[in-house]
Design a protein around this ligand. Structure first.
Ligand code: GLN
Length: 196
């Protein structure tokens, strides 16, 4: 049990339930966030996969855009897939973005035929939570690529061909894939460490 640690999951749309279940598995208090006041008392927030345009529209309608940007000044945020798009500065389209992370993303980067696939990734940063060095099995579903990173952003994982699929900038984390759809909780544990 992580005492005094509470992580929220943005629950406007997408697979937030899987993130809540993963947090429970690792003994972290978790709660859903739909309204700005529900950010209070949280150390971190996860933005799930889903449809980034829908998440952006709903966040705008619920008055969450500025509260989320303010939250990021002091706390950790992790976006998976659509959540990573929502965190980015640029997704090559007009849609509401938080613009918090110095990453440019390409939505639906894998085309139709390989729109969903799974692969093992080498993620050295996971050593921080598990010294046993083993690949991370990553699930990609109509996933974005992280086309480029800038500023203080660091690349955490690449596909075998070199394309970027995970990045970190301070307390901000972006993954193109869905760790919440596996039973491997190392990314959730890494995020909890970032939120401390
Ligand atoms: N294709 C979605 C988007 O562009 C993301 C898909 C996902 O989150 N699994 O927002």
């Amino acid at each position: 049990m992580h005492l005094n640690m509470k992580i929220g999951v943005l629950a406007l749309q997408g697979d937030f339930a899987e993130h809540l279940a993963a947090l429970e598995r690792i003994g972290v208090q978790a709660s859903t966030v739909r309204l700005p006041e529900q950010l209070e008392g949280l150390q971190g927030l996860i933005i799930p996969g889903g449809e980034s345009t829908t998440i952006g529209k709903l966040a705008t309608a619920y008055g969450l855009m500025e509260p989320l940007r303010r939250f990021a000044e002091r706390h950790a945020i992790w976006g998976t897939c659509a959540g990573a798009i929502f965190l980015s500065k640029d997704a090559h389209r007009r849609q509401p973005l938080l613009g918090l992370m110095d990453i440019i993303v390409e939505r639906n980067a894998f085309g139709r035929q390989v729109s969903s696939f799974e692969t093992d990734l080498d993620v050295p940063a996971l050593c921080k939570v598990d010294p046993q060095d083993r690949p991370f099995h990553a699930v990609f579903i109509r996933a974005p690529l992280i086309e480029s990173v800038s500023g203080t952003t660091q690349v955490l994982a690449r596909l075998p061909d070199g394309r970027i699929v995970a990045a970190q900038q301070g307390r901000l984390l972006a993954t193109s894939f869905h760790p919440e759809l596996t039973q491997d909780d190392r990314f959730h544990r890494l995020f909890v460490e970032m939120a401390k």
